[in-house]
Design a protein around this ligand. Structure first.
Ligand code: EPZ
Length: 420
């Protein structure tokens, strides 16, 4: 099993190219199931989650070919059952459900199960598909959906924590081939949903309102193939921006979308980081001591839950008290105990973590748990004095393309090692 060995204390300097967005490319790859024509998707990040999605599509009968940062998917003939082993390993694959239902009028996909950050239910996905006329049955850990035909309808997809990103994606994809018009209220507004809608419209779908809480889909008889370039990964970009601030360096993000990162950039400037923007490039540097800021995670365009852990690492280094409240997932503080091993002083009070920041962190072996918690540990290790070994690095490789290579190019002393 691989680990990352980091020798901290080096300010990161230089530029890093932002890869395509993992959370856009996964549903966009699934959307290729909606047509028997070939689809071509560019700026695909080399991530284990993306390779998994390719395996799942191939198991469903699609031809999938990766060439550099392009993937060609041709779902000429497909079958409707999702392989448990693969779906269980990656929750994001639940987004094949909507396209399979629309294309085959039936699908059987394993219930994704929970993960370390929460129960991850799919009740809202199923509510939306039922609203389109699907019959849903759950048995033996699988969810079966079937419909003679899909009929467009109006529905409300808000849940206890607000909208659902992949639930919106699933229902939006299914609705493209429904008869009549579908209106999704309380739709997720994330840029990844907007990117999916752009790809679907390029395939001949008729979607309006993506990016707003009300999305309208006028069903069409069939969709054709399309070519698309995926948006840059705003979470990866935020992670490198925070790493630059945490190490007291100066980092330029190439090919980012600052307009997708407003909440994060706002908090970083409140904390005292200097941010220069020009079109698709962003430079972040720390000019002087940082200030503690409070964070509450919210649906987009609020502060993203996927950047909560990374911001906590920064606040652990920043003198003062920072209250970080997680409103999206019920247990997304796995990184707290590992940050404490590096010397961070953090107390959890219900949905909030109280970070008493400003101590100098010292390196230690730590265990990665979920994707973004692992990124937080890397950031803390880059700023800590001494060596930090982040174990179970496969968590990071799910969502960060070549993280050690990109950090080395920024001057970090980091290498990948085989650990017991
Ligand atoms: C997507 O997950 C992302 N994953 C997550 O990123 C991200 O954290 C999350 O959206 C929130 O922004 C992908 O896009 C592959 P949700 P998703 O449905 O769609 C509750 C990462 O690190 N809910 O928006 O699965 C749910 O429990 C990952 O890249 C229901 O109650 O998340 C949660 O509390 C982690 N019922 C909240 O809604 C449902 O049917 C938001 O979940 C669905 C969700």
């Amino acid at each position: 099993m691989e680990s990352l060995l980091i020798k901290g204390g080096v300010p990161l300097r230089g530029e890093v190219r932002i890869s395509g967005a993992k959370n856009a490319v996964l549903p966009i790859m699934a959307a290729a199931l909606l047509t028997e024509d070939p689809c071509v998707i560019h700026r695909v990040p080399k991530l284990s989650d993306v390779r998994f999605m390719g395996q799942i599509l191939a198991r469903l009968g699609a031809e999938v070919h990766f060439e550099g940062d392009t993937v060609r998917i041709h779902a000429r003939r497909i079958k409707g059952a999702g392989d448990y082993e693969l779906v269980r390993k990656m929750r994001g694959s639940i987004c094949v459900l909507g396209p399979l239902l629309a294309r085959l009028k039936k699908a059987s996909v394993s219930l994704p199960g929970g993960c370390v950050i929460g129960a991850r239910p799919i009740n809202l996905h199923l509510k939306g598909l039922e609203a389109l006329g699907a019959k849903v049955t759950i048995k033996g850990g699988y969810v079966d959906v079937a419909a003679k035909r899909l009929i467009g309808s109006a529905m409300f997809l808000g849940g206890r924590a607000g909208p659902t990103v992949l639930g919106t994606a699933n229902v939006m994809m299914a609705a493209t081939l429904a008869q009549g018009v579908t209106v999704i209220e309380s739709a997720a507004c994330e840029p990844e949903v907007v990117d999916l809608a752009a790809f679907l419209n390029a395939m001949g779908a008729r979607i309006t309102g993506a990016g707003s809480p009300t999305v309208t889909i006028a069903g069409v008889r069939q969709l054709h193939g399309a070519e698309h370039e995926v948006i840059p990964d705003r979470i990866e970009a935020a992670t490198y921006a925070i790493a630059g601030a945490a190490t007291g360096g100066e980092v330029t993000l190439r090919g980012a979308r600052p307009d997708h990162m407003r909440a994060v950039l706002d908090k970083l400037s409140d904390a005292g980081a200097k941010i220069e923007r020009n079109d698709s490039d962003l430079t972040i540097r720390r000019a002087g001591p940082l200030k503690a800021v409070d964070i509450t995670t919210l649906p987009y365009a609020g502060f993203p839950t996927d950047v909560q852990a990374q911001m906590m690492a920064l606040m652990a280094l920043t003198p003062g008290i920072s209250i970080i409240t997680e409103r999206i997932f019920e247990s997304r503080f796995m990184h707290v105990s590992e940050l404490a091993r590096l010397g961070a002083d953090i107390e959890i009070e219900g949905p909030s973590a109280i970070v008493k920041g400003g101590r100098l962190l010292t390196g230690a072996p730590v265990m990665a748990s979920d994707l973004r918690a692992s990124a937080a540990l890397v950031i803390a290790g880059l700023a800590a004095r001494g060596a930090t070994q982040v174990n179970r690095v496969y968590h990071i490789d799910r969502g960060y393309e070549n993280i050690d290579g990109k950090l080395r190019r920024l001057g970090a002393r980091i290498k990948r090692i085989e650990a017991s």
